[in-house]
Design a protein around this ligand. Structure first.
Ligand SMILES: NC(=O)c1ccc[n+]([C@@H]2O[C@H](COP(=O)([O-])OP(=O)(O)OC[C@H]3O[C@@H](n4cnc5c(N)ncnc54)[C@H](OP(=O)(O)O)[C@@H]3O)[C@@H](O)[C@H]2O)c1
Length: 320
């Protein structure tokens, strides 16, 4: 297939490009900054310049494309915001894909989006799902709940660097999944007719709470975490204040996510039917334990090598 990947430089998007190339697809990527995307070109993908915030750049990127995989979302702090990128940009992308005669459209939403109409990104995801379903395109909507990759900056690095690990009081457990596994589902959808015009949750083997993850990181790293508790009340207050000012609107939209994890309800979903429909075995899916074990063993090995090299240098420098 001739694939257009939108959001190809992102955490998930790059895994989609990797998987698609490995499976022999022709891949082109819709890119804002070519320098940042040089690695995608080295992998064998074609780069097309454009931005979802500039709808006039979209049609050219769709020429000759048979399927679109959209893994884009607004970057916090780049000044565009979710309304412009995740809503208006996606509407333009879907309309342009329909006009270009694209055969398949894979969209990434978020698990339980319909349950949080008060959370701007969740509401936008729900509206985009509806818009896509009514567009006349052959679509597949995938709804992950969290990425294993996010745990490295949230827990593993602060613990290794003896920095504070911030934990929200009564936060919900989340069934994180590896983005490499999510990419498997996205690419498999393109060759699985049973996935056309359907919505699927994507949840890891089980939901993990923050303290369980911290305990696991402590065991694997041999370090003790410095846990700092964030109050939900304070976060809600900050979000309400940030909403007053246009320049903090983006921050307010993101802080609104507190409502999703504040309920205490696990972000998780049954996966049996999903594995069956995609003909993917749950045994192929990375567990959170295996992911963190692999990460820490790699880092601990690197740290030992560094320590050994430094001792060697110190020995060489010593006068006697
Ligand atoms: N992260 C999670 O835990 C999670 C959970 C559930 C669902 N999801 C969904 O999964 C998808 C991928 O998330 P992610 O965390 O991998 O995203 P990410 O790492 O933040 O990457 C976002 C991507 O979107 C691109 N992008 C941003 N603004 C753009 C614009 N104006 N025009 C074109 N491209 C633009 C970025 O390009 P640049 O490199 O140029 O900025 C980047 O490639 C999203 O739809 C997200 O909502 C994520």
């Amino acid at each position: 297939m001739n694939l257009l990947v939108v959001g190809a430089t992102g955490t998930l998007g790059r895994q989609i490009v990797r998987r698609a190339l490995d499976e022999g697809h022709e891949v082109q990527c819709f890119i804002r900054d070519f320098q940042k995307a040089a690695f995608l070109r080295e992998w064998g993908a074609r780069l097309i310049r454009g931005s979802l915030a500039q709808p006039e750049t979209i049609p050219l990127a769709l020429e000759g494309v048979t399927a679109v995989v959209d893994a884009a979302t607004a970057r916090p702090g780049d000044g565009l915001g979710i309304e412009r990128v995740d809503w208006k940009g996606k509407v333009s992308l879907i309309q342009a894909a329909k006009a270009a005669g694209v055969n398949r459209f894979v969209f990434f939403s978020i698990l339980d989006a319909e349950k949080y109409p008060q959370v701007p990104l969740m509401d936008i995801k729900r509206c985009t799902e509806k818009f896509l379903a009514e567009s006349g395109l052959n679509y597949t909507i995938l709804r992950p709940c969290g990425f294993l990759q996010g745990l490295i900056s949230q827990y593993a690095i602060p613990i290794l660097e003896k920095q504070a690990v911030w934990v929200m009081g009564e936060a919900s457990p989340i069934a994180y999944m590896n983005t490499q596994d999510i990419a498997k589902f996205a690419i498999k959808a393109l060759s699985t007719p049973e996935t056309v015009n359907r919505i699927f949750p994507l949840a890891g083997s089980r939901a993990w709470g923050a303290y369980e993850i911290i305990e696991l990181c402590e065991r694997l790293s041999g370090q003790t975490a410095k846990v700092s508790k964030m109050s939900m009340g304070l976060l809600r207050g900050t979000q309400r204040t940030a909403r007053f000012f246009q320049w903090t609107q983006d921050l307010a939209d993101r802080l609104a996510f507190v409502e999703v994890v504040a309920g205490g309800q696990p972000l998780d979903a049954p996966m049996d039917e999903v594995y069956q429909t995609f003909d993917i075995s749950p045994k192929e899916i990375t567990t959170l334990e295996a992911y963190l074990e692999e990460y820490f063993s790699r880092i601990m090995k690197k740290l030992k090598e560094l320590d050994y090299d430094q001792r060697k240098i110190r020995k060489k420098k010593a006068p006697f």
